[in-house]
Ligand binder design. Structure first.
Ligand code: NAG
Ligand code: NAG
Ligand code: NAG
Length: 478
């Protein structure tokens, strides 16, 4: 345990109390892995890219997203659904159920020339769902490594893959930094060139649903849409929903939200047309906060502030009870792994950082099993340690130097998010014992932090060596 003189005595007694309450909540959650009674439901998990708190119609009435609004209005709106601050870490946490710091993914997103990928010694969600009899599909962005075929989605449990391996590209020509990046299964698909990715991904998702065998396997569709990641590009028709005098970039981004919304609407309509809807659970989340603004939340993508990590989201399904409903139970992106496995009827849930949230999502009478989570823990951040932890209503932050408010530049920080969701009043001076207890709780995980898996760029991977296409085959696997 780390000893610090900054805080008064009394903190250790408080810490003991906190430990007890955390431990009992975990035990209760572990006991409640319930499988669904009927045939396992179809699962459609839609992940938007860089969609901010303020970029959805249920938080901002300027946004035109009627299809998602309708799903929220008849579903469960998630108001305390947390993700990692960046693309690769969030996708990693979703598919493994692990905090990124346990597998070296707490730092930067994977770059085009980074010779590594999501660790191969974890069994990931599509592999487990395949074992449970699901047919599994990834449509959209991967961003978990591609330097060796072993890292790519069709070698990691997905029956089909349609989309791109890297983190960003132009939305129409699917090129980035001198290379093309678009595949159907393992084949480069040049026919995608010229067509907007959200249209392509919507079309493919609809096709998968239409062609899904009726009395066959249940469906797992992971639809990882490119919108609203930069570069800001959208067909002009979507801009017509927004005033011409709006800031140009903001107008483009909102147009991209409306295009994304159309794709979500098409997917749900396809589920209905195919007769699958009644036994399907649709989950929607962003992968991290918006780049420019998440008002009124503090901070943006890349930071552990609420604006970087508290994602807009919802669950929509006829299997949910007491809808519509706003759900304020604490949920973290690591939870989806075991939540979806429980829904799929897994007899045993693997040990990881997640909780099975299905009962709490389904039944308004059941509380979230989660009272705490770690936003991030990175002891290779610039000069020191960057970290944040949540326990009930309190949040402790250390080492965060992005998006800091004037007069509030140096941590550590303690906030009561129930009273102060926008992180404006630092309570460290007022509740030092609690601040220390949370710091200790966070830093207790330090021995479990795996060093960042960020080997230097390997120029061998450059698309110019591979006929102008970003292609696997230039790194070894451990
Ligand atoms: C898992 O793989 C990572 C590299 O991705 C490696 O650093 C780690 O030692 C491996 N762990 C085990 C238990 O094999
Ligand atoms: C892709 O589109 C962007 C934006 O229009 C353009 O700047 C870029 O040169 C295009 N790349 C290719 C390979 O066509
Ligand atoms: C995509 O199409 C554009 C316009 O026809 C062309 O300039 C570009 O080279 C194409 N990209 C690839 C990778 O073929």
């Amino acid at each position: 345990m780390r000893i610090t003189t900054r805080y008064p005595p009394g903190a250790s007694a408080l810490l003991a109390l906190l430990w007890l309450s955390t431990a009992s909540a975990s035990a209760a959650a572990a006991a409640s892995a319930s499988a669904s009674a009927n045939s396992p439901p179809n699962i459609v998990f839609i992940l938007a890219d860089d969609l901010g708190w303020n970029d959805v119609s249920w938080h901002n009435d300027q946004v035109v997203s009627p299809n998602m609004q309708q799903l929220v209005d008849t579903g469960v709106q998630l108001e305390q659904s947390y993700v990692q601050p960046l693309c690769t870490p969030s996708r990693s946490a979703f598919l493994t159920g692990l905090y990124p710091f346990r597998i070296g993914r707490q730092g930067r997103p994977l770059g085009r020339l980074t010779p590594t990928g999501l660790t191969l010694n974890q069994t990931i969600l599509p592999e487990r769902l395949s074992d449970l009899g699901y047919s599994t599909h990834l449509v959209g962005k991967w961003h978990l490594g591609y330097c060796n075929w072993a890292y790519t989605p069709t070698e990691r449990g997905f029956d089909t893959f349609y989309g791109f391996y890297q983190g960003s590209q132009f939305h129409f020509n699917h090129s980035a930094t001198g290379g093309y990046d678009f595949r159907d299964q393992k084949e480069v698909d040049f026919s995608a060139n010229g067509t907007y990715s959200t249209h392509l991904f919507g079309d493919r998702a609809v096709k998968i649903i239409e062609e899904h065998p009726r009395d066959g396997k249940p469906l797992f569709l992971y639809l990882a849409l490119q919108n609203v990641h930069v570069p800001l590009e959208v067909p002009a028709e979507y801009l017509a929903h927004y005033p011409e005098d709006l800031d140009e970039d903001r107008r483009l981004l909102l147009g991209m939200v409306t295009a994304l919304d159309e794709a979500v609407g098409r997917v749900v309509q396809a589920l209905k047309d195919a007769g699958l809807y009644d036994n399907t659970v649709v989950v929607f989340s962003s992968d991290n906060g918006g780049v420019e603004s998440n008002q009124p939340l503090r901070g943006n993508k890349g930071s552990v502030w609420e604006g970087g990590t508290r994602a807009p989201g919802f669950v929509h399904s006829p299997l949910l009870q007491g809808t519509p409903r706003v759900h304020s139970g604490l949920l973290h992106i690591t939870d989806w792994h075991n939540t979806l496995l429980a829904l799929a009827g897994a007899p045993v849930l693997p040990p990881n950082d997640g909780f099975n949230q299905w009962d709490a999502l389904k039944d308004p009478a059941v509380a979230s099993p989660r009272i705490s989570f770690i936003y991030n823990l990175d002891n290779e951040y610039e000069e020191g340690t960057l970290g944040a932890i949540r326990l009930r209503n309190h949040k402790f932050v250390m080492g965060e130097d992005r998006d800091s408010v004037v007069g509030d530049e140096t941590g550590p920080w303690l906030f009561n998010l129930e009273d102060d969701p926008n992180e404006t009043v630092n309570l460290v001076e007022f509740e030092p014992a609690l601040a220390m207890a949370l710091e200790v709780l966070l830093l207790e995980e330090t021995p479990n932090v795996v060093p960042r898996d960020e080997p230097p760029n390997d120029p061998e991977g450059d698309a110019s060596n591979w006929g102008g296409v970003w292609t696997p085959g230039w790194c070894d696997v451990p």
